[in-house]
Design a protein around this ligand. Structure first.
Ligand code: ARG
Ligand code: ZN
Length: 878
C-alpha cells in the first residue's frame, strides 16, 4: 500500500461520536476455532453529534452472524456488514438496543490483537483498536460504557474465567461440560480497556485494605506450576497501591484486582480495568531465572499498569492523539515510585540513559514526531519512546517549574475535574494553570514541537566585579513536517561550584529558590553576583530538561564536578561528558590531548577508591562508559560503527588498566555471601562487582576469561551467571562456546531464560554472528510467532549490535528486512517495531546509508505490507 492511498487520521479533524453506547452486555462463548460473541448495546444519539448521521460501527476481520434492533431482526436492506464495518444508514433518533452476533477464530489470531490464544489459554488485547476484532463497536476512547460480561467455556479447557470489574455470578451450563462466569464493571470505560481471560491458571493472592478500609482481593495468575515465581509481582502490586494512596491520594475502586501473565504478548503489559494482562516476562521471577534488572522492570511495570487505574482508566483519553496524557503521566508516576522504592539519583540516571538511548535517536530520525502527534496512519506505531519517555519528562518539567506542592494540588484538581471523562492535554494543563494562576501556553509547546532542543552555554567570570555571566542559546533541529522551530520553555536547575569543590552561592533574582532558571527565549543571559572565585557551573542538575547541551567547560572543570558536585546526576554526567569527548575524538580520528585519557582514568580510579563502597549502584554507573549508539548519536553524521566500537574498546582498556588494582579489590571484597535478595542495595553491589569484572576483562582478556568462567560456574543467581556469560561472549574462544552450550542445556525448559541467551548471542560484535543467529532461528526454543522470541533474537541484533546490523556489506540490513517481511503477515505490530531499528540509517556513512536505503526500498516495494510496516517504511524513507 502506498502511503498516499492509506487513510491519515488528523487531530484537527476530531469530532465527537454521533452515537454513544451507555451499556454493553457481552455474552462470549469461548471455543478454540469458533467463539460466538453476542453484544447487546444500549445506544443513543450523542447530543454533540450530527443529528442525521448513519451509525457506523468499527470491525476488523469480523463475520456477522446475527443482527437485531430493539428485538427485531434487521432485514437485509437496512444495514450493510463487512469485515471492517457495520453500517445502519437510518438508525433510530432516540435510544435503542442493538444486538450483534459475531463469530471469531481465536486460534487463527496471530496478530495478538482482539481475542487470541496463548499457551492454550484465551486472552485479549484491545488497545488501541483490538475490540473491533471481537465485535462491531464504536471503538474509540471517547465512547464510555458500563460493561457486563458473561464468559462461557469448557470446564477442562478454561477452569478460570476472568473479566473486568467485580464477579457477580458463576455456574454450570446444564447438560454440558461447560461453565460460565458473569463480571460487572460499574465504571464506564472505553472499549480499549475491555479484557477477558479463560484458561488453566494457577495464582497467588492476598487481601489489600485500602486507605478508607475497603478490602480488595489481589491475585496474580500464572501458568500452573509457576506460582512460586509470582510472589515478587504481587508484592510490587501491594507496594504500588500503598504508594499511590500516600503520594497521590489515589485509592483503588473495585473489590478485586487481577493480573494475568501470558507468554504471547505484543508489548509489556496492559491496564484493562481490574484485569491487567502482562507479558509473562514482566511477572515471573525467581533468583535462578531472573536478573536484578528483571526484578526492577517487574516492579516498574506492575506499578505502571496499576497507576493507570487513575491516570488512564478513571480519566481516559479523548482520542489517540492524547496518548501521552495517560502514558507520559503514568511513566512519570512509575518513575517516581521506583525512585522512592530504590535510590533516587541512581534511578534518575537510569531514566536518562533510556531516554538518550531510545528517545533522542527517535527524535533525530525520520520517525520523529511530537509528544502529541498531529496525524497518524497507524496508531500502534505511536506507542513510542517519545510519547512515553519524553511525555514523562514534560510532566517532570512541569513539577520542576511549579514546585512540589502546586504540582500535587494540580494533580488533585485534574483527577477531580476529569474523573469519568475522556480528557485532553489541555484539560491536564488547565488544572495546573488554575492552581498556580500561571499561563502555561508557552510550556505547552513541548507537546507540539518535535526534536531535541540543543542548548549552548558559555560562562564569563569578572573577578573585579565578582560576577559570573552565563550566556544561553537554544535551537531545535527541523523534524518531519516542522522545518522551523520556536524557542522552548526550558527549566534549568543549576548551581555553581568552586574549583576547590565547595559550593558557591548562585545569586540572581531570575533563579527560583529551588535553584531553577526558566530559559524560554532563543537567547538569554544570567548574571550571578557576589561570586568570589571563578566557578564551574553545574547545569541541568538532575537532568532538569530533555535537551542536548554544549557547554564550554574544560575536561578539567568537568572532573571538578565529577569529584565535588552536590548533584549526583551531574557528578555522573561530568564523567560521561569527558568520556564522550574522548570517544568521539578516538572514533573520528580527531586529536585529543593524550593527557586527558590519563586524567579521566585517574579521576575514575580515585573515585573507585574513595566512593565506590558508599553507593555501589552509583559507582557502577560512573564506571560504565557511554554506549556505542550514544557515541553514534553524538557524532551525528557519516558514522562508522566499527570505528566507534574500536574507540570504546580502546578507552575501556585505558581506564581499566589504570584502575586495575582498585577494580580487583572491589571484585574480591564484594563477593556474594548469603542468600539472594533483589533489593536495590544488594543489586547495586552485584552491579558494581560485575562492572569491575567487565573492565578487568577489558584490561586483560586472559584474566577476564578465567574470572568470568569461574563466576559463571559458581554463580548462585541469574544476575551473576548472566553477567559472567556476558563478559565471556566478548572473548572469542572455547571458554565462551562451552559456557554458551552449558547455559543452553541448563535452561532448556525455560523460554524466558533462553531469551537472555538468544540476546547475548545476537549481540556478539563479530562477523560470525549472522550465521549464529540463523542457526538459532532453527533452535527448538525459537518461534517466529512469539514476540518475545523474535525480539530477543532478531530485535536485539538490530538494536544492540551496531557493528553487525550495520555491516558494510549490507548483510545485517538484509537479514532484518527478511525477518520483517516474514513476520509482517503474522504479526504486523512486531514487524513494524523491528523495522524501527532502521530509523538511524541516515546518520551512517555513505556506503552503509546506501545499503540500508536499498533494504528499506525492498521492503517498501512489497505489495501486501501491513499498514503498520508500510507506515514505518515510508516515513523512514521520506
Ligand atoms: N497501555 C499499555 C501500556 O501500559 C500499552 C498497550 C499498547 N498496545 C498496543 N498494541 N499498542 O503502556
Ligand atoms: Zn501505559
Amino acid at each position: 500500500m502506498r502511503p498516499e492511498e492509506s487513510h491519515i487520521v488528523r487531530l484537527k479533524d476530531y469530532r465527537p461520536s454521533d452515537f454513544l453506547i451507555d451499556r454493553v452486555e457481552l455474552d462470549v462463548r469461548l471455543d478454540p476455532r469458533a467463539t460466538r460473541v453476542t453484544a447487546t448495546l444500549s445506544l443513543r444519539p450523542n447530543p454533540k453529534g450530527r443529528p442525521d448521521a448513519p451509525l457506523v460501527l468499527d470491525g476488523d476481520e469480523l463475520v456477522l452472524k446475527g443482527l437485531s434492533l430493539d428485538g427485531r431482526a434487521l432485514p437485509a436492506g437496512e444495514f450493510e456488514a463487512g469485515p471492517q464495518a457495520l453500517t445502519i444508514s437510518q438508525p433510530p433518533r432516540q435510544p435503542f438496543t442493538l444486538t450483534v452476533e459475531t463469530e471469531i477464530d481465536p486460534t487463527a489470531n496471530t496478530k495478538l490483537m482482539g481475542l487470541y490464544r496463548s499457551g492454550g489459554n484465551y486472552c485479549t488485547q484491545c488497545e488501541a483498536d483490538g475490540f473491533r476484532r471481537i465485535t462491531y463497536f464504536l471503538d474509540r476512547p471517547d465512547v464510555l460504557s458500563v460493561y457486563t460480561t458473561r464468559i462461557e467455556a469448557d470446564r477442562d479447557e478454561a477452569p478460570v474465567l476472568l473479566g473486568n470489574g467485580n464477579p457477580v455470578e458463576r455456574g454450570a451450563v446444564a447438560g454440558t461440560n461447560r461453565h460460565y462466569a458473569v463480571w460487572h464493571d460499574p465504571y464506564p470505560k472505553p472499549s480499549y480497556l475491555f479484557a477477558l481471560v479463560g484458561g488453566r491458571l494457577g495464582h497467588v493472592g492476598k487481601t489489600f485494605v485500602t486507605m478508607s478500609g475497603r478490602p480488595v482481593r489481589l491475585k496474580v495468575y500464572v501458568e500452573p506450576g509457576k506460582e512460586d515465581r509470582a510472589g515478587y509481582a504481587l508484592d510490587a502490586l501491594e507496594r504500588s497501591m500503598r504508594w499511590d494512596e500516600k503520594v497521590f491520594g489515589r485509592e483503588y475502586d473495585l473489590d478485586e484486582f487481577n493480573i494475568v501473565a501470558v507468554s504471547d504478548f505484543n508489548m509489556g503489559a496492559m491496564e484493562n480495568k481490574g484485569l491487567n494482562i502482562f507479558n509473562d516476562k514482566y511477572v515471573l521471577a525467581s533468583p535462578e531465572t531472573a536478573t536484578d534488572a528483571d526484578y526492577a522492570n517487574i516492579e516498574a511495570i506492575i506499578a505502571h499498569e496499576y497507576f493507570h487505574n487513575w491516570s488512564g482508566n478513571r480519566v481516559t483519553c479523548r482520542d489517540w492523539f492524547q496518548l501521552c496524557l495517560k502514558e507520559g503521566l503514568t511513566v512519570f508516576r512509575d518513575q517516581e515510585f521506583s525512585s522512592d522504592e530504590r535510590s533516587r539519583p541512581v534511578h534518575r540516571i537510569a531514566e536518562v540513559k533510556t531516554l538518550r538511548a531510545r528517545q533522542f535517536p527517535e527524535d533525530a530520525s525520520p520517525l520523529a514526531h511530537p509528544v502529541r502527534p498531529q496525524q497518524y496512519r497507524e496508531i500502534n506505531n505511536f506507542y513510542t519512546a517519545t510519547v512515553y519517555e519524553k511525555g514523562a519528562e514534560i510532566v517532570r518539567m512541569l513539577k520542576t517549574l511549579i514546585g512540589d506542592e502546586d504540582f500535587r494540588r494540580g494533580m488533585d484538581l485534574y483527577f477531580e475535574r476529569c474523573d469519568g471523562t475522556a480528557a485532553t492535554v489541555e484539560d491536564f494543563l488547565d488544572a495546573f494553570a488554575t492552581v498556580t494562576g500561571r499561563d502555561l501556553g508557552h510550556f505547552a509547546r513541548w507537546y507540539a514541537q518535535a526534536g531535541t532542543p540543543r542548548v549552548t552555554v558559555g560562562g564569563t567570570y569578572d573577578a573585579a566585579a565578582q560576577t559570573y555571566r552565563l550566556d544561553f542559546a537554544q535551537s531545535t533541529p527541523p523534524t518531519p513536517g516542522q522545518p522551523q522551530k520556536e524557542p522552548m520553555a526550558i527549566p534549568v536547575r543549576l548551581g555553581l561550584v568552586a574549583r576547590d569543590g565547595t559550593a558557591l552561592p548562585a545569586r540572581s533574582e531570575r533563579v527560583s529558590p529551588q535553584g531553577v532558571f526558566l530559559f524560554d527565549k532563543a537567547q538569554d543571559s544570567l548574571v550571578f553576583t557576589g561570586v568570589t572565585s571563578p566557578p564551574v557551573p553545574s547545569l541541568f542538575r538532575d537532568f532538569s530538561a530533555p535537551v542536548r547541551t554544549s557547554l564550554d567547560l574544560t575536561d578539567e572543570d568537568l572532573l571538578v564536578l565529577l569529584r565535588h558536585d552536590t548533584d549526583a546526576f551531574n557528578r555522573w554526567q561530568a564523567g560521561q561528558t569527558v568520556a564522550m569527548r574522548l570517544l568521539v575524538a578516538l572514533a573520528t580520528g580527531a586529536a585529543a590531548p593524550d593527557g586527558n585519557f590519563d586524567a579521566l582514568a585517574q579521576a575514575l580510579r580515585d573515585f573507585v577508591i574513595r566512593d565506590a563502597e558508599r553507593d555501589p549502584a552509583f559507582a557502577a554507573l560512573v564506571l560504565t562508559l557511554p554506549g556505542e549508539s550514544d557515541v553514534a548519536q553524538e557524532i551525528g553524521a557519516d558514522v562508522d560503527p566499527d570505528a566507534i566500537h574500536r574507540a570504546r574498546r580502546e578507552l575501556r582498556r585505558i581506564v581499566a588498566t589504570v584502575c586495575r588494582d582498585a577494580l580487583a579489590d572491589i571484585y574480591d571484597r564484594f563477593a556474594e555471601t548469603g542468600p539472594y535478595s533483589p533489593d536495590a542495595a544488594s543489586a547495586g553491589r552485584r552491579a558494581l562487582r560485575n562492572v569491575c569484572l567487565d573492565l578487568l576483562a577489558a584490561a586483560d582478556a586472559g584474566l577476564g576469561e578465567r574470572m568470568a568462567s569461574a563466576q559463571f560456574e559458581a554463580a548462585s543467581n541469574m544476575t551473576d551467571r548472566l553477567a559472567a556469560l556476558g563478559v565471556l561472549t566478548t572473548l572469542p574462544g572455547a571458554a565462551r562456546e562451552d559456557a554458551l552450550a552449558a547455559f543452553g542445556e541448563r535452561y532448556a525448559g525455560e523460554p524466558l531464560v533462553l531469551d537472555k541467551w538468544f540476546t547475548l548471542q545476537a549481540s556478539i560484535q563479530e562477523d560470525g554472528t549472522l550465521q549464529r543467529i540463523r542457526s538459532l532461528m532453527e533452535h527448538p526454543a525459537f518461534s517466529i510467532g512469539n514476540p518475545n522470541r523474535v525480539r530477543s533474537l532478531v530485535g536485539s541484533f538490530a538494536m544492540l549490535n551496531p557493528t553487525q546490523f550495520n555491516r558494510p556489506d549490507g548483510q545485517g540490513y538484509d537479514f532484518v528486512a527478511d525477518v520483517v517481511l516474514r513476520v509482517d503477515p503474522l504479526n504486523p505490530q512486531v514487524a513494524a517495531r523491528l523495522l524501527t531499528a532502521f530509523a538511524t540509517w541516515r546518520i551512517m556513512e555513505e556506503g552503509r546509508r546506501n545499503r540500508a536505503c536499498e533494504a528499506l526500498r525492498r521492503i517498501a516495494e512489497n505489495a501486501s505490507l501491513s499498514r503498520d510496516v508500510a507506515d514505518i517504511v515510508h516515513r523512514s524513507l521520506e
